[in-house]
Design a protein around this ligand. Structure first.
Ligand code: FAD
Length: 498
């Protein structure tokens, strides 16, 4: 279906906004993206300083097929824009007792390592992966994940399949059926953390990720994740799309109960359709008059649960550490208590679990010669913690660095730091407009998934749509790109019906 003659404004140039912009422009719409920040990319911004390059947010590429579909929608070849390098292992995961696993898609290596934890775990690996495959097939290949679920009827169609596949059980509960050792249970249930969710509450649908990783691999792009942002921007602008950066939208304008455009500090832009890629709470609370919001009232917005946040420490090092892989996870002694602190008690933990990204392991040019570009991601509670990070940042960062140097074993770490910067939950709020600094938006949990997630078509305003992390199906690069496919489908159906 062609969208010739339609004027569409997209608020935000994250992966969601950019990929939807490409899809709609490919159908002939006039598409303008208005972005608050000085550069496109959203959470996937990049820092270049003192000879080091850091992706600020996403770092792991899974599901290259989903990425490829965006290029296909534009009639382009992904290979002309991007190179993907498969990683092996996908990650190394260290446990508090010093043991570790090199997690990959290699069945024999995985069975051998899991058997060392508990012989039953090695035996059950293939049975678990088969259920992961079935979930992935239903959600990704058969399209359960990219079908809009905005009516009870769609939910009634969706629910029996989801229940049959066990998708609605809590992730950790699901995994306990297969694995005995705490370490194995962690390895196959932590994935919700990658998208801001609580592994003890997020639905088991995320257990499709181990199969997604095994089948499609985990990849790196030379230049880092920002190469994908650059590729999307290039495709979009080559097709005649427009992006205005440093132009935050202040208000979504309406006329006779329908969207009519947007207002920025300097301009008013008329539009037939507006799509928000910005944070869900920010979109409804700050950009739409309260009188228009029948569904997303103040009370409803506040009653939603928002994801965890994180502290990111970007370190330029003048040395290398053999114990780090391209992706490394370090799991704390009391992981369950840590998750409770983050999600339930909203306390800032000092018993750290963390994720380390070292792209210079694969591409040395990301760091100075002989050095390493390292980012440390420490999951923490969102700003319901009431933490003032201005005062506290230094103390927190020092204790993380102390832990890495003296407990984990990165010898003389502090001495080797030649560049350092930090991004806190407050920065997510200020720079990205993420309510409560919740870095992954609306928390992925059962009663905030599918029908219960903010819909791709606004429930409050005709002509307004959402794309990205906080709408269906959810966060993560694959989820966000699939949300663009879903929102495109909803827009096309709505226009057909008119
Ligand atoms: C630290 C971190 C690590 C992650 N790692 C991974 C990973 O390894 N792999 C993976 O698949 N996923 C990962 N994710 C998740 C992934 O990054 C996100 O799901 C995805 O980038 C979200 O894209 P988006 O388009 O929904 O939103 P965003 O990237 O948040 O983009 C929204 C855009 O809207 C703009 N905006 C906000 N308000 C306005 C306004 N009023 N006017 C104009 N513009 C506005 C913002 O500036 C921003 O550019 C990670 C997330 C984080 C936080």
């Amino acid at each position: 279906m062609t969208l010739e003659g339609k004027k569409i404004i997209i608020i935000g140039a994250g992966f969601g906004g950019l990929s939807l912009a490409i899809r709609l422009r490919a159908r002939g719409a006039h598409v303008l993206i208005l972005e608050k920040q000085a550069a496109p990319g959203g959470l996937a911004q990049q820092i270049k300083a003192d000879g080091f390059t850091f992706d600020m947010g996403p770092s792991l590429i899974t599901a290259p097929d989903v990425v490829n579909k965006v290029f296909q929608a534009a009639g382009k070849n992904m290979e002309d824009y991007l190179k993907l390098i498969p990683l092996d292992p996908y990650y190394r995961i260290y446990f508090h007792d010093g043991s570790f696993i090199d997690y990959s898609g290699d069945t024999e290596k995985m069975k051998e390592q899991l058997s060392a934890f508990n012989p039953k775990d090695g035996k059950n690996y293939e049975a678990f992966m088969e259920t992961s495959r079935i979930m992935e097939d239903a959600v990704m290949k058969k399209g359960l994940g990219s079908k809009p679920i905005m009516t009870w009827w769609a939910m009634i169609n969706f629910a029996p399949k989801a229940i049959r596949l066990g998708l609605i059980l809590p992730a950790y509960t699901y995994v306990k059926r297969y694995f005995k050792d705490m370490r194995s249970r962690f390895i196959f249930s932590f994935h919700p953390l990658f998208i801001g969710g609580n592994p003890f509450k997020a639905p088991a649908v995320y257990q499709m990720i181990p199969w997604l990783e095994k089948e499609g691999g985990v990849h790196y792009m030379p230049g880092g994740m920002y190469s994908l942002i650059n590729a999307f921007v290039n495709v979009f602008t080559e097709m005649g799309g427009e992006i205005h950066c440093s132009e935050p939208v202040k208000t979504i304008l309406t006329k006779s109960g329908k969207v009519s455009g947007v207002q920025t500090a300097s301009n008013q832009y008329p539009a037939d359709i507006v799509v928000s890629n910005a944070d869900f709470y920010h979109t409804y609370h700050d950009l739409i008059e309260p009188a228009i919001r029948k569904k997303w009232t103040e009370k409803k917005l506040k009653n939603m649960d928002y994801s965890m946040s994180c502290v990111l420490i970007y370190l330029g090092l003048n040395t290398k550490y053999e114990m780090l892989k391209h992706h490394t996870l370090i799991i704390s002694r009391d992981y369950k208590r840590l998750i409770k602190d983050i999600f339930d008690r909203k306390r800032i933990p000092f018993d750290f679990s963390m994720y380390l990204h070292v792209p210079s392991k694969t591409e040395p040019e990301m760091a100075i010669s002989g050095g390493e570009s390292l980012y440390v991601l420490i999951p923490v509670a969102n700003q319901l913690s009431g933490q003032n990070w201005g005062d506290f940042k230094e103390e927190f960062v020092n204790s993380v660095l102390h832990y890495l140097e003296h407990t984990f074993g990165l010898n003389d770490l502090k001495q080797h730091i030649v560049y350092q910067s930090v991004f806190t939950p407050e920065d997510f709020q200020t720079h990205r407009n993420n309510y409560l600094g919740a870095a992954w938006g609306v928390e992925p949990k059962l009663l905030q998934s599918a029908y219960f997630r903010p819909h791709n078509r606004s429930e409050d305003l005709d002509g307004l749509y959402l794309v990205g992390t906080s709408t269906h199906p959810g966060a993560g690069l694959p989820g966000t790109l699939m949300s663009a496919e879903t929102t495109e489908r909803v827009i096309l159906n709505d226009l057909k019906e008119k």
